[in-house]
Write a protein that binds this ligand. Structure first.
Ligand SMILES: Cc1cc2nc3c(=O)[nH]c(=O)nc-3n(C[C@H](O)[C@H](O)[C@H](O)COP(=O)(O)OP(=O)(O)OC[C@H]3O[C@@H](n4cnc5c(N)ncnc54)[C@H](O)[C@@H]3O)c2cc1C
Length: 515
């Protein structure tokens, strides 16, 4: 097969390597606009799980990566100047350029042709090939060229971020939250070589403008941020390379993954926010999955649909977790009032992939501290603290009310919580409205949309029904459930009167045995 890969990042390189290992007869050419020693960014992290996957697929590459990597077990959270560590999180940090150089060498050793310093401006410049792989990153030319077929969705997120480096050797993956005069700054930092650490800073756009970062040079930016994070950096400076640019994170998705003999891979296909450090992992695993589909199905016509079939559910799940994480960070203001220990707990569980039980396994001492804090600060509401996230995501509740003849009625509803009552928003005159008005005892099952094995069962009484503020409350729900600023006016019936139903929980059963 003649294979052309656009982009020699982790996705393109690893795919080329695995295909060449599969069949040395493949003629594989990688086209890369940068030179072999150019890169953006600094270091990246991999989890233990990713390293195991790499070990199974290409042990030599994996051995090289682990030899060059720094390892640690802690995540550290710095909030209000206090550093809380959570153990049991084995990570590997490696310079992005070191990873690329390892993959370059492996590809060249196996006979892959890499054409560096080759910027492709138009796909018509490429000769014919049996397979064209668009591994050309988040701003992919391949994706843009075939946008009518891939139907991409690129959502530029609100926070500004910049990828810097420092000689401060961080122990563990450290996330710092600093309230400066201009506003909130967040940092994600980790050591990736004996002498260097990555230092990513993100901040809301208001902070960025207030600090005047839109007008600062690269040096001024580094000096300003080094001042904000003086304690974390222990007075050390920040450094930039050719990525000294503030960006908005582009959340990339594609409705379709392939078109004729063209397929997208890695960031060109999907991005995952850097706060869960999984973009490179996903890029490498895409390469592995696509190469696996060729091993099994042989032809382009069969392999590309198989790739989408096996890989999409995995990627969707990761993107969901990454989106939870970035949304949490965009709205972190809601949590900053918490003490450092519960703040660290919320942070660790923000992507919804890890819950109380998993954290307890990883670091019993941290959970003991969290439990002590909970005992000292008993929850004032009926809903347990570790289930409050259900009211931050697109959780549908099943609301059971009682009909006049005693039979049950169940309906799906959006759900909210005000710290005391579970809130439902509906319209006057509907069946559930009449039922709740006349027979105010209800039951709700509130199931985690990401995990049906995790839910809250609530029984209680409708303590109040009010029309006051109901339209504004519906708009608030629309922001969460629809991602829109306002509930679409066209969805309301003419003359519809909205109501809020305040349900006082009498019995609450939390259920999450497997997390
Ligand atoms: C701030 C930040 C921190 C991150 N930290 C982590 C982390 O800790 N762990 C992790 O796993 N991931 C991390 N990532 C994500 C990671 O960098 C990407 O997900 C990963 O690089 C994707 O690999 P890729 O091969 O798909 O694309 P890329 O690495 O972007 O590679 C694409 C390649 O294509 C080339 N190219 C593009 N267009 C053309 C063209 N027209 N002609 C020729 N060549 C072209 C580019 O030069 C580039 O080399 C981070 C990302 C950011 C922004």
């Amino acid at each position: 097969m003649k294979i052309t890969v656009l982009g020699a990042g982790p996705a393109g390189l690893y795919f080329a390597l695995l295909m060449k290992k599969q069949s040395p007869a493949h003629a594989i050419t990688l086209l890369e606009r940068d030179g072999p020693n150019d890169t953006f960014g600094w270091g990246i992290v991999f989890s233990q799980r990713t390293v195991e996957v790499l070990k199974d697929s290409d042990p030599d590459t994996c051995a090289e990566i682990t030899r060059r990597a720094e390892t640690w077990d802690d995540v550290a959270v710095v909030h209000r100047g206090e550093r809380i560590t959570v153990g049991g999180n084995r990570f590997y940090g490696i310079a992005r350029i070191a990873l690329l150089n390892i993959l370059h060498r492996r590809c060249l050793d196996h006979g892959v042709e890499i054409r560096f310093l080759t910027n492709v401006a138009d796909l018509s410049e490429l000769g014919p090939s049996d397979l064209l792989v668009g591994a050309d990153g988040a701003n992919s030319l391949v994706r843009r060229t075939y946008a009518d077929f891939f139907l991409p969705l690129v959502d530029l997120r609100q926070n500004k971020y910049i990828w810097l480096g420092t000689e401060q050797p961080f122990d563990g993956l450290t996330m710092g939250f600093r309230q400066a005069d201009a506003g909130l700054f967040i940092t994600h930092s980790y050591r990736f070589s004996p002498t260097m650490s990555t230092f990513i800073v993100e901040c809301p756009p208001e902070t960025w403008l207030e600090a005047g970062l839109d007008r600062m040079s690269g040096e001024e930016t580094c000096a300003y941020l080094a001042g904000v994070f003086k304690a974390e950096l222990q007075g050390r400076s920040l450094r930039s390379n050719n990525f000294v640019k503030w960006l908005n994170f582009p959340l990339v998705k594609n409705k379709r993954w392939h078109h004729r003999n063209v397929v997208l891979l890695g960031d060109a296909l999907h991005t995952a926010h850097f706060s869960i450090g999984s973009g490179t992992k996903l890029a490498l695993e895409d390469a592995l999955a696509l190469a696996g589909c060729f091993a099994e199905h042989r032809t382009v016509e069969a392999a590309l649909p198989a790739f989408e079939r096996v890989r999409k559910p995995v990627v969707d799940e990761f993107q969901q977790a990454a989106t939870e994480s970035l949304t949490w960070l965009e709205n972190v203001g809601e949590h900053l009032g918490l003490d450092p220990v519960p703040f660290a707990y919320r942070l660790m569980t923000r992507s919804k992939r890890v819950g109380y039980n998993r954290l307890k396994q990883k670091d019993p001492a941290f959970i003991a501290r969290y439990d002590r804090w909970r005992q000292e600060h008993p929850s004032t509401g009926a809903i347990p603290e570790e289930f409050l996230d259900l009211f931050q995501k697109r959780t549908f509740a099943h609301l059971a009310t009682q009909m006049a003849d005693g039979t049950p009625h169940v309906t799906s509803v959006w759900v909210d919580y005000d710290g005391k009552h579970v809130l439902i928003n509906s319209a006057k005159g509907r069946l559930k409205d009449r039922n709740m008005e006349q027979r105010p005892h209800v039951a709700l099952e509130i199931t985690d949309p990401d995990d049906p094995n995790r839910y809250l069962a609530v029984r209680g009484a409708v303590a109040e029904i009010t029309e006051e503020g109901a339209d504004e409350h519906l708009d608030k729900l629309a922001r969460r459930y629809l991602g829109r600023d306002q509930y679409p006016p066209g969805w309301k019936l003419p003359g519809e009167v909205r109501r809020i139903y305040k349900i006082a929980p009498e019995r609450v059963t939390p259920w999450a045995p497997f997390r």
